[in-house]
Design a protein around this ligand. Sequence first.
Ligand code: F6P
Length: 341
Amino acid sequence: MAGKKIKTIGVLTSGGDAPGMNAAIRAVVRRALGKGLKVYGIYRGYDGLMDEDLKEMQAQDVSDIIQKGGTILYTARCAEMRTEEGQIRAAETCRKYGIEGLVVIGGDGSYRGAQCLAHQGINVIGLPGTIDLDISCTEYTIGFDTSVNTAMEAIDKVRDTSTSHERCSIIEVMGRHAGYLAMWCGIANGAEEILIPERYDYDEQKIIDNIIDSRRRGKKHHIIVNAEGVGHSASMARRIEAATGVETRATILGHMQRGGNPTAKDRVYASIMGCIAVDLLLEGKSERVVGYKNGKFQDFNIDEALAMVKGIDDYQFEVATAMSGGYTKDGAKKVLEDEEL
Ligand code: F6P
């Protein structure tokens, strides 16, 4: 469809919701209207596309939402979109309503669905909407900033009570298979241990030795930020308490990390990305994912975006380990000076 001027587009949110999705929806709708396009909001992700659950949006439909968490379009993880039948049905809805371009706000699973629609002749643009920061082509995803701030505030609170009771606290944060949320919280909260699936060596004895050592030196708390991808916080707490004699509690932050008012960064970046998505569709582009890399907004081919491997930034991890108690590069803990306790 490249080159043909489109007249009607759609926007949907898919997968786990993320704060800032509303700002992105608002931007898509208002940019589209401003460019003379008709724009449909599609409810409940691909499910809504298959069920024709959609509404033509006007500017006022997206007023008073930029500050709200969640997604006004609702969201779903749609198994049927993995089937050819589902993809055909979704494409049929697009054709019925004249939707030539679709903006999909979600994670990489959502882009696979988008790609299938592209193969059915619909132009698609993906926006990275996930708290996990696990999309390889971008250093920023809509919702991560809010989520990490929400988790950071919660961990600060756990730390207060942990210190009062002189306990060890394991706080599990979301992230699915990715450790970014945990790593950022670990740095931001000054955690003693940061366990992320990309780097954790499962040497629990090392953690136990650290706790015993820091207790000996008078430390009153021990904060372990554990990523969902490592998991098992409750059983880990029981083992640590048994081995150290230090009362240990596990707190799983859970879905509260996905809610709340988006931060300024999430509102602004989501707005910019929403506008870029519409501009790309107007340029006749398809199968692109909007990302933020090396200090600028860029778009990537979906295939390329899905093929890239997202690793943990080496230097960020080095900072995390250095700050969390002075691990050396080979994983051994350095003894901290007394004033750092
Ligand atoms: O992808 C976002 C995310 O919140 C992950 O961090 C988490 O693993 C998952 O979604 C939880 O999904 P659900 O809301 O379906 O329990």
